[in-house]
Write a protein that binds this ligand. Structure first.
Ligand SMILES: C[S@@+](CC[C@H](N)C(=O)[O-])C[C@H]1O[C@@H](n2cnc3c(N)ncnc32)[C@H](O)[C@@H]1O
Length: 276
């Protein structure tokens, strides 16, 4: 028996707007598609595994509905204060920042552990213009555009750029993001940003290191298993980056790396020389 057979076609979660907001992390997993005076209607069969988890966690009363109230795609879920949703899901309650994803073929529509780790770490990053290197479906770029500021989003895969652009338009943020399709090695040198997101495979990290002029950037780095990360972390450290934070999920890692601005480095290097 698969989890679909265990779930009703629809679920009405009963609660006031305040109660719904308080339990929203569980309700988001059940795929909320409509609000009524009684609460929120969910379409659990659109994402059975997530919905089963949400139903098990939900502390509000629920009623089963006979007909599916919709098939939202991609599925919704929350991570930290982010609510990732399709255009068919209800909007975010107070306390959540909304990220809209349309269906498509870009990596990240069904968020990978590394994407979720990066989203959870965004709050640790300083303000500044950002560059999303290998933006995939555009979740990280959209998160930055919605809460912080302008972003340049780069991906080699035209399908990812198309999907990210369409999601950004649904979120009303398309004017805050400069999309560029092509390889990181060619596009990074012309892009302006002090905050870099790089949730990409190891080979693309080497491309970044070859193209980057390190000078005061903060780099949110992922795309690697913790067990395989040492050579990449060593190579960034060799360029002058230091590891400020590290997190892990399901064996995947995510690191915040910081590089001191060149002026500060040469001043402190001179200071160091004076002490010799
Ligand atoms: C692991 S996915 C991450 C997507 C997104 N950043 C996220 O966090 O969900 C990596 C993305 O990097 C893109 N990519 C890989 N190598 C690249 C390269 N050399 N230049 C540009 N994009 C690249 C892929 O097309 C893919 O969309």
């Amino acid at each position: 028996m698969d989890s679909n057979d265990l779930l009703p076609p629809g679920i009405l979660v009963h609660g006031s707007p305040r109660e719904i907001g308080r339990h929203f992390a569980a309700i988001a997993l059940m795929q909320p598609v409509d609000r009524t005076v009684d609460g929120v209607i969910c379409a659990p069969r659109a994402a059975p595994e997530l919905a089963a988890r949400g139903l098990a966690r939900c502390r509000l009363p629920v009623t089963s509905l006979r007909d599916p109230p919709g098939w939202p795609d991609p599925p919704a879920q929350t991570v930290a204060n982010w609510y990732i949703k399709s255009p068919e899901h209800i909007g975010a309650p107070a306390g959540f920042d909304e990220l809209v994803q349309v269906a498509g073929e870009g990596f990240g529509t069904w968020p990978h552990p590394t994407t979720l780790l990066c989203l959870g770490a965004l709050g640790l990053l300083p303000d500044g213009p950002a560059i999303d290197l290998g933006c995939g479906s555009g979740l990280l770029a959209q998160a930055w555009a919605t809460t912080r500021g302008p972003v340049t989003a780069i991906d080699i895969d035209n399908r990812a750029i198309t999907q990210a652009q369409s999601s950004m338009a649904h979120a009303g943020l398309d004017t805050r993001v400069d999309f560029r399709c092509g390889p990181i090695g060619r596009l990074l040198p012309g892009a302006l940003g002090t905050v870099l997101f790089a949730n990409v495979p190891p080979i693309a990290h080497h491309e970044i290191m070859a193209a980057l002029r390190p000078n005061g950037q903060t780099l949110l780095m992922s795309g690697l298993r913790v067990s395989a990360a040492a050579p990449i972390l060593d190579a960034y450290t060799h360029l002058g980056f230091r590891i400020a934070r590290a997190s892990e999920s399901d064996g995947w890692g995510c690191w915040v790396l910081t590089h001191p601005p060149t002026a500060t480095r040469s001043r402190s290097a001179k200071k160091g020389n004076n002490h010799r």
